[in-house]
Design a protein around this ligand. Structure first.
Ligand code: SF4
Length: 463
């Protein structure tokens, strides 16, 4: 669906409020801290929040303890993120008791659920405001209300319209996330995203390419196009994801184009050809399989079969021979039998993913799967997850072996956490390589040769 845009007069109103906040805090060196949970979409949202706060005169704080504004950008997809969040908010009560002007806000998917937002406001009366993912652009209004001592909840926004042109403070100086779609239409039976992020909307191709061009002008050379399902970009419009890849490929200064995530049901031959034909499009695809059993895939409402998925992988590897695949897998989905689980193991073995994000099924309130009567006992889920992880560890190690002696270009992104003389960068295929070097090389592209394959990473030397 083509996105409806927020009306210009409503944006102007917010800009006026941002100016008012700026006038109130001018010269006071106020700072902010954003704690982000969940996926890349949330990371990208936090960059917009940071950009808006900076427009209002706030500066990034070194730590949460010294910040004047603390925002929690929440996720409702993973259960443990929810528990960690609630503990972290609760821990701020004492500080707020002694520091009344501290502003605390909560946003993100979890807050998009109106009942959860209300519950959080009741449970934590020291929180100033909560707001959902689709109303980030109204942050000036929320900040102004907090400065005026009011408490506010903003979750609903009719039609989930998109706001273009918001500022962003990018968290990575070399590589940037670019949203291409918002929301999701797929209603996988375990997933809360369509309920909290709304129906799928695509940004105009010219807006996406304009953002990519602006990033290139700032010196960013790698972009990751983001959507819950990038493969269905352009639904209801006269362009598709293949067109978008081609257009982004034409932007001067951009050297690498990544994308995430790809729903298998929308992976067309045309898209595979676009990946092969556009030289800046990286040869890595995150293609979540979720289960290797057709019966479970049907209950998940994934709309492909085991055989259909394997055929896609075959076609993709024929079209783009060196493409690396990564995936997501859920074990212990309601009704998953030993046989279903064995099917997942055999699919994983057959495909040979470079890496896999594996999860035990955890029910999300409001989804169809959460209501299923045949939930799998926790010890069974745990045991299946262990077997799956053991298998994937073997497959990752096996996959790494093929890189021994491989020579390829990496974008150098940072240092090894433990050694400041070891840099890391990713190959086009998303494989991380560690090698000796110094900080002057950060953000550059260098050719490395892989000399050693550790269990989870590759070691190499620069040419
Ligand atoms: S494709 Fe399925 S799992 Fe992914 S966001 Fe949409 S509903 Fe959730």
């Amino acid at each position: 669906m083509q996105a409806k845009l927020i009306e210009p007069n409503r944006i102007e109103l917010q800009q006026g409020m941002a100016q008012e906040v700026l006038d109130r805090v001018r010269g006071q060196k106020k700072t902010y801290y954003i704690e982000t949970y969940g996926c890349q979409m949330n990371v990208r949202d936090s960059e917009t929040i940071a950009g808006l706060l900076q427009r209002m005169g706030y500066l990034p704080a070194e730590t949460k303890d010294t910040a004047n504004v603390i925002l929690f950008n929440t996720c409702c997809v993973r259960d443990h993120a929810e528990k960690r969040l609630l503990a972290n908010i609760g821990a701020l009560k004492e500080r707020k008791d002694g520091e009344e002007e501290l502003i605390i806000g909560i946003c993100g998917c979890m807050m998009q659920q109106a009942d959860v937002a209300k519950k959080v406001m009741r449970r934590f009366p020291f929180v100033n405001f909560v707001f959902g993912t689709n109303v980030l652009w109204r942050l000036p209004e929320l900040m102004l209300s907090a400065l005026n001592g009011e408490r506010l909840i903003l979750t609903e926004e009719e039609g989930f319209a998109i706001c273009e042109g918001l500022p962003a403070r990018r968290s990575n100086p070399f590589s940037a996330f670019v949203n291409i779609t918002f929301g999701c239409d797929n209603f996988c039976s375990y997933c809360i995203v369509p309920y909290v992020r709304g129906r799928e909307r695509s940004r105009e191709l010219s807006e996406v390419v304009g953002e990519v061009r602006a990033l290139a002008e700032q010196g960013i050379t790698e972009v990751t196009l983001l959507g819950q399902n990038v493969n269905s970009y352009g639904k209801g419009m006269d362009v598709d994801f293949a067109d978008l890849l081609k257009a982004a490929n034409g932007v001067d200064g951009i050297r690498r184009i990544r994308y995430m995530s790809s729903h298998p049901k929308d992976l067309s031959p045309r898209l595979m050809a676009a990946i092969a034909e556009n030289d800046k499009v990286c040869h890595h695809m995150h293609l979540p399989v979720q289960s290797g059993s057709t019966a479970i895939l049907e209950r998940m409402n994934r709309r492909y079969t085991r055989e259909g998925y394997l055929k896609l992988v075959e076609d993709l590897r024929r079209t783009v021979p060196d493409i690396e695949l990564t995936t997501d897998v859920i074990v212990g989905f309601p009704g998953e039998t030993d046989r279903d689980f064995e099917d997942t193991l055999s699919l994983m073995d057959q495909v040979g993913y470079a890496a896999a994000f594996t999860f035990k099924y955890s029910p999300r309130k409001g989804t169809r799967a959460a209501e299923a009567a045949d939930q799998i006992p926790e010890p069974v889920k745990k045991e299946r997850l262990k077997r799956l992880n053991d298998l994937q560890a073997r497959k990752t190690a096996e996959n790494n072996q093929k890189y021994l002696g491989h020579r390829g270009e990496v974008l150098i992104e940072g240092f090894d956490r433990r050694q400041q003389t070891i840099l890391f960068g990713k190959l086009d295929t998303f494989k991380m390589v560690y090698f000796p070097g110094d900080e002057r090389l950060l953000g550059t592209y260098q050719t490395v040769t892989v000399t050693e394959c550790a269990r989870n990473s590759l070691l190499g030397r620069m040419e």
